[in-house]
Structure formats: C-alpha cells, structure tokens
Write a protein that binds this ligand. Structure first.
Ligand SMILES: Nc1ncnc2c1ncn2[C@@H]1O[C@H](COP(=O)(O)OP(=O)(O)OP(=O)(O)O)[C@@H](O)[C@H]1O
Length: 766
C-alpha cells in the first residue's frame, strides 16, 4: 500500500483529501509528557468515507483536532486538501469542513433553529437554504420541533443536533467524532445512509470515528488505530478477506495481538500481497475506492485503471473530480447557497482563488461579526431579567450613592454639663436677647444646630462615662462663672490672664471614633459660637464681626461654599461605576464563551478569536452606553448634581473609561481559564483603584511615592478631568481635561494590544 507523500497547494482538486505522515503528538512536558500519536499515518481519499476505529484513549479525538487545525503536531505532517490546516490555502478552519466534536459543543439556551441559523450566518448561507436544510435534517435525524431549546433535549437528540450542525452546510470534508453514540440502530442506519449518499452522490469526504466497529463496514476505508499508531488502513472487504474473518471486530482484535511488536502498519502492508497494482495506483493518484456492497461510487471505474495508463487516469480523474468538486466548491464558495454568489457561474477554480485571497487577508468578516453579535444579543435577551439588571445596575448604584452619602448626620446626642446653672442657688437659664452678660452659656446653647440633641448631665464624670459607653458623641462643659469670666475676657482683651482664658472657655470632649461625625459636631459648635457672638455683639450695638476669628471665606473661585461631599465624589463615582461594570462584565465573557460550548465549533467554522473579541466588544459597548446614559440621567437630572461644563464632554470621557474597563476585562478573560480566576483578578483591581484613583480622597493627601502609582492607574487622570468639567466648567483646551482623554486612549490601545497578543499566543478550546 503506497501513499503519495508529495502534495502542494496545487492539490486543491486532486490528491488525497487528508494525508497524515508520521504524526507525533504528546501532551504535557517533562515527566508528565505522554505520547498520544506516535508516528501515525493516514490517507483519506476524496469522496470516500474513512472509518477511524480504535480503543478509547488511543488518540482519535487528538488526531481529528489536528485535522481541523485546533491542535498542532509536535512533528510530522498533516495535509488537508493538500495544505496544512490553518493556512488560508487549506480553507480549514472554514466552511470546507464540517466538524462534529465528541463533546456537544452546542449552546443550551439556543433553540435548534437558532443554532443552525447562527452557523448559517457564520458561513454566509442564504436563509432559504438554511431553512430547507433544517427541515430536511430534522426529518432525517428525527429531531423534535426546531423551536425546542437544546438544553431541553435528550442526550441522543442533542448529539443528533450536533451532527446536523456539522453537515447542514454541506461541507467538502466531514469530520465526525463518534456521531452515532446514543443513537438507536434505525437512526444509526439512516445516518450512515446519509453519509454514504453524501460521499457517493456529492463527492464529500467523511472521516468518522466510532466505537461500533461493525457499522464501519459501510466505510470505504477503515483505519485501525492503537496506541497512537495505525494498525491497518484498508477497505473492510480486504481486511476481512485477508484475515479470513467474518467480523471487523475480530480483525481489529487480531491486529492488536499481532501489532504488539513491529510497526503494525508496516506489518500489514508487507503481508497484504493481494492488493493489485491498480489499487495502488488508485491510492497514489487519489482515486476513491468505493467497494462497499450497495454503495459503489458509480462515478469511478476502477477496472479501467492499469499501471500503463496512470497519466490517462490522472487526466480522467481530474476530469471527473471537477464534476464532484465543482459541486463541493459551490457549496464552499457559495455559487449555490452562499449569499452574494453568482448562481450561473460554476467555475470552482475562480471561486477557490477568490476564497484564498479573502482568507489571506485576516480581516474580520462582516457576516461572521454579524453572527457573533446576534448570538451575544440572543444570549443576553434570553436572560432578560439579568440583562435589564445589568443595564440598570449602575444607575441603581448611583442612586444608592446619592441617597446615602454626603448628607449631614442627624440626632447626634451631646452631653451638656452646665455648671453655671444651679436651681438651688436660683441660677437658671434665661432667654434674654439684650446686651446683658447673663447666663451666656444658655444663650450660646440656643444657637447650637438642631441636629445635635442636648442631653443635660449633672456633673462632668457622669457625662464622660456616658461618652465612654457610647450614649453621647461628646461632652460640652461650661464652668461655674462662665458668663463672668467671658465678660472679663472681653473687657481685658489682649491682657486677659491665662486663668481667665481657661475659665471663659467652652470645653468639649469628643468621641472621635467617627471622624465624619467629629468633624460635623466641631463645625456646628463653631458655627453656633459665631452666630451667638454676632447676635450678642449686635445687641450691644457693636460691630457683629468684632471679636470673632479674623479669617473669612469669601465666595469660592469654583464651586460653592460648603460643597456637599456628594458633589466632590460624583465624578469619581461615575467613572468608577462605569469602569468596574465594564471590567466585571467583560472579564468573564471569553471564559463563558468557552463554557457555552460553541467556541470549538465556531473556530473550526472559520471564526477567528479576533472576531470573537470584536463581537464581544461591540455588545459590551452598547450595554455600557446604556449604562452611562442612565447614570448621567440619575446623577444630573434626578439628584441634581451640578455639571458646570460640557455634559457631552463628560459623557465622552466616561465612555472612554468604559472602554478602558472593557479592554482590561478582555485582558483578564483572555488570560484566565476559569471564571473564578477571572473574577478574582477583576476584584483584586477594585480596592486599589477605588482608594488610589482619587475617587474618595484627594491624591494630594498621599505620600509622594504613592502619588506616582496613583497617577499610573487608568482612572486617575479621567477622574481629574471629569471633576474639572463638573465643578470648574473647564473645556477640552485645559490640560487637566485633555490629559484624561489622551491617557484613557493610551490605556485602551495598550490593553487591546496586550489582549490581542494573549489571544494570538494561546490556543483556546471549550
Ligand atoms: N488536553 C490534554 N492534556 C493531556 N492529555 C490529554 C489531553 N487530551 C487528551 N489527552 C489524553 O490523550 C489520550 C488520547 O485522548 P483522545 O481524546 O485523543 O482519545 P480518543 O481516542 O478520542 O478516546 P475516546 O474514544 O475515549 O474519545 C488520552 O489518554 C487522554 O487522556
């Protein structure tokens, strides 16, 4: 049995459909290295069915994944249609091949129809053709209604859908990994009948692995495989007659026993003396050998072939093949069923060249992007609750922020120990408003903000005890002769004694465990004193401001007096909500894509990782645009956060940050293998960005070395920009604003390039 080994790109229409020479493949490295293919050879003629038989774990799936370009060999050669899989000339991955992987590789939330339509779009098939094929295959494979969700189907039904997806676009080469598992005998028969029809009537090449050895009798050639090697490669009849056995199972068993010494394939080749020269020639020149009873390929006439007329035969072959391959190429290239094709022209070569040209330029294809984007939306809308939740979540977060943060605390209890008041001695509070130095402690307390609840205490030790027990936030203490001492101090002015100063003071002990409450109470007590003094001075006909600290805060340059905390935080919050939503939404998409199961199939169908990436970016972008719109409406319209500058510019910077988040998420998802790791990575970035990005605390408050790190984060400059637009009303001409834009764009490019590098260096599979 000789197999021609020299094949080039000119073998598009001639030569074997698949040729494997001395394939070596191992998994793992070092001590864990295990060889799966150990010098494997294979020769699959065009228009034939090749049954690959072998025990579990012998390397069948590994071999098939090498044929479809999903894995590469350590050494050896694989040629599909005369070219290496993965090269543009081979057309694989792409519509030339139909691949049914061993695992389901279907998306459970799609209906049967949606699944087929998805691949129809990937292959750019006409809708009518997809519909017809779906109807036909549903009948052939006894599938339930095409509106049924894949996840609701039985195991066997799912496998039949998987089978239908592999062959509905009528590829030239069908690679089926155990298509008949879980299928009843009747249906198995109809599947095989269909495969035989595909090969005989339409010249399709089929490689099929099966555990049911006897069903492989219908194949033209059987490859028996064991421990990563080929034991035999012959027609079932020749195998049976050579070994004088009645079942292929027995042949396989015998070969396994015999093959435990030398290279089994060689042994078999040496011992098969009955093969006629013409058979060899047929093999060498790529003629299909249809020898299964009842399935003879009538396109070929082996009897006319002899060693003397090889050239003539090659000529005949080339003449016959176009009959088959014009049809095949039509299917591949769309002269019949593909959109935008010219039905009247059947020039396979021209179409093939066009296809090659198209594939050499690795530009994302619009129809595949369309399929991917639709698929992503379909998945989103299938879980409409989650989809809406994702859309509204940022606005919800912004609402929570606005209703909870920045408001002044209320009902804060303060212990008041007023030693001036002594009812037994007739010293009780009066409410005089005239210019009299009388019970000024009571007069002061009237100006204390109503947000402070004054709780009177008899003595300082009880009040301090209440403070320690957390019953009050602090203690305000007035000495016995507070009013007299205060009056004395006013009169003495600069010559007041230290003793007098001490006694005229209102002393406060705070529970400073809560910095914000501490700050508020201190501010209110100071304001109360200012108001009290102004009113007192006024009643005495003095200048109200006299006697108060000589520092005044005039109208601010930007913003307003007492800018609420929410207004300070709003820009940082908008950016951080959008950024983190983008990171967390995107960081799982690739990982989920692999879990959904369609990835392997999509990649074999010709989809590139870049297209998948772009498809997800598109979907995510629309989601993020919606989120940004809701957040801005929530912030500016509902909660009236003022934006002094151009809102469009603010939205633009937020969009850029959404993009930065998406790109960072993409980097995570391309680098991680499972959702948990991706989630950990995205969460790990959350706190550092939140605290160092200037969202809730000014960067000016950080140590110098940390400031450099803070400014190297992706959100910091953008937050500064947004804050400048919001509170200062600055435009794009200001450095603080355009720096945020430029640095965001730089981050987008850097992260995208990194993601693409990761995508290109990694092999992804389900
Ligand atoms: N990604 C991998 N890493 C390490 N080992 C692997 C990997 N994939 C497969 N193997 C191992 O390689 C060997 C061949 O696996 P393969 O799936 O190709 O066998 P198979 O012939 O298809 O088996 P079956 O008929 O049971 O599906 C097995 O021992 C398997 O455990």
């Amino acid at each position: 049995m000789h197999i021609s080994t020299h094949h080039t790109g000119d073998d598009w229409n001639t030569g074997p459909a698949v040729l494997v020479r001395n394939a070596i493949k191992s998994y793992g490295s070092g001590k864990k290295r295990s060889a799966v293919l150990a010098g494997f050879d294979m020769n699959v003629q065009r228009g034939t069915i090749y049954g690959l038989l072998g025990s579990s774990g012998c390397g069948k799936t590994t071999l098939l994944s090498c044929l479809v370009g999903r894995r590469s060999l350590n050494s050896g050669e694989v040629l599909v249609f005369g070219n290496k899989p993965g090269t543009p000339e081979s057309g694989i991955p792409g519509p030339r091949v139909g691949y049914m992987p061993q695992e389901l590789a279907l998306y459970g939330d799609f209906t049967i129809k949606e699944t087929v339509q998805y691949f129809g779009r990937i292959y750019n098939l006409r809708k009518a053709f997809v519909r017809e094929q779906l109807e036909f295959l549903c009948k052939l494979l006894d599938l339930p209604s095409s509106d049924r969700y894949v996840k609701t189907l039985s195991g066997g039904q799912k496998r039949r859908v998987s089978f239908a997806v592999a062959l509905f676009h009528e590829p030239e080469l069908l690679i089926l990994d155990e298509p008949t598992v879980g299928v009843d005998p009747l249906l198995r028969r109809s599947i095989w009948d269909h495969l035989v029809r595909q090969s005989v009537d339409h010249g399709k090449t089929v490689i099929v692995t099966t555990h049911y050895i006897e069903e492989a009798r219908q194949a033209n050639t059987i490859g028996m495989m064991r421990s990563g090697r080929l034991l035999a490669e012959e027609s079932p009849e020749k195998l049976l007659s050579h070994y004088r056995l009645s079942s292929l199972e027995d042949v396989f068993l015998k070969l396994c026993i015999e093959g435990s010494g030398n290279h089994p394939a060689d042994q078999f080749n040496e011992s098969v003396s009955s093969i006629t020269p013409s058979d060899e020639i047929n093999h060498a020149i790529g003629l299909p050998q249809q020898s299964v009873e009842g399935h003879d390929n009538m396109s070929f006439d082996h009897n006319n072939v002899s060693q003397g007329n090889v050239d003539q035969q090659r000529h005949n072959n080339n003449q016959q093949l176009p009959v088959i391959h014009t049809d095949a190429a039509n299917v591949v290239n769309g002269t019949a069923n593909y959109k935008g094709s010219d039905k009247s022209t059947g020039n396979a070569n021209m179409v093939r060249q066009k296809m090659c040209r198209n594939q050499i330029v690795p530009m994302p294809s619009l129809h595949r992007l369309d399929a991917l984007v639709r698929k992503n939306y379909l998945i989103s809308f299938r879980n409409i609750g989650i989809f809406l939740f994702i859309y509204f979540l940022p606005a919800f977060q912004a609402t929570i922020f606005n209703v909870t943060l920045g408001h002044e605390p209320k009902n804060l209890k303060m212990a008041i120990v007023n030693d001036e008041v002594n009812s037994r001695q007739g010293q009780i509070c009066n409410y005089t408003t005239d210019c009299s130095y009388s019970m000024l402690s009571c007069r002061y307390l009237r100006y204390v903000n109503k947000k402070i609840i004054q709780v009177p205490f008899e003595n300082i030790s009880d009040a301090l005890e209440a403070g320690k027990n957390g019953h009050v936030w602090g203690v305000v203490h007035f000495g016995h002769n507070f009013t007299e001492e205060f009056e004395l101090r006013q009169m003495e002015g600069d010559s007041a004694t230290m003793e007098n100063i001490m006694r005229s003071r209102i002393s406060v002990n705070m529970d400073s465990s809560n910095q914000q409450i501490d700050v508020f109470i201190e501010k209110w007590l100071m304001e109360a004193f200012r108001d009290f003094l102004q009113s007192f001075m006024k009643s005495c006909q003095y200048e109200p401001e006299a006697g108060y600290i000589p520092i005044v805060f005039l109208d601010p340059v930007y913003g307003k007096k007492d800018t609420p905390f929410t207004e300070f935080m709003a820009p940082g919050l908008i950016i951080s909500i959008i950024y983190f939503m983008a990171v967390s939404l995107t960081s799982g998409v690739f990982v989920a894509e692999r879990k959904q199961g369609l990835l392997d199939r999509s990649l074999v169908a010709g989809v590139t990782m870049t297209e998948i990436l772009v498809g997800h970016l598109f979907n995510m972008f629309t989601v993020i645009m919606g989120q940004i719109a809701f957040v801005f409406v929530c912030m500016l319209v509902i909660f009236k956060i003022p934006c002094e500058g151009n809102v469009a510019l603010a939205v633009f910077i937020t969009c850029l940050q959404g993009f930065v988040g998406m790109c960072f998420g993409l980097l995570i998802t391309t680098a991680c293998d499972d959702e948990a790791t991706a989630l950990n990575f995205s969460q790990a970035s959350f706190i550092p960005l939140l605290v160092m990005g200037g969202i809730c605390w000014p960067i000016e408050g950080m140590p110098y070395y940390l400031r450099y790190i803070a400014y190297s984060l992706p959100v910091t400059y953008a937050i500064e920009s947004l804050r400048s637009i919001f509170s200062r009303g600055w435009g794009i001409e200001e450095l603080d604003v355009y720096a945020g834009i430029l640095i965001s764009i730089a981050w987008i490019f850097a992260l995208l390039i990194l993601s693409l590098i990761v995508v290109r260096t990694r092999k992804y599979s389900n």
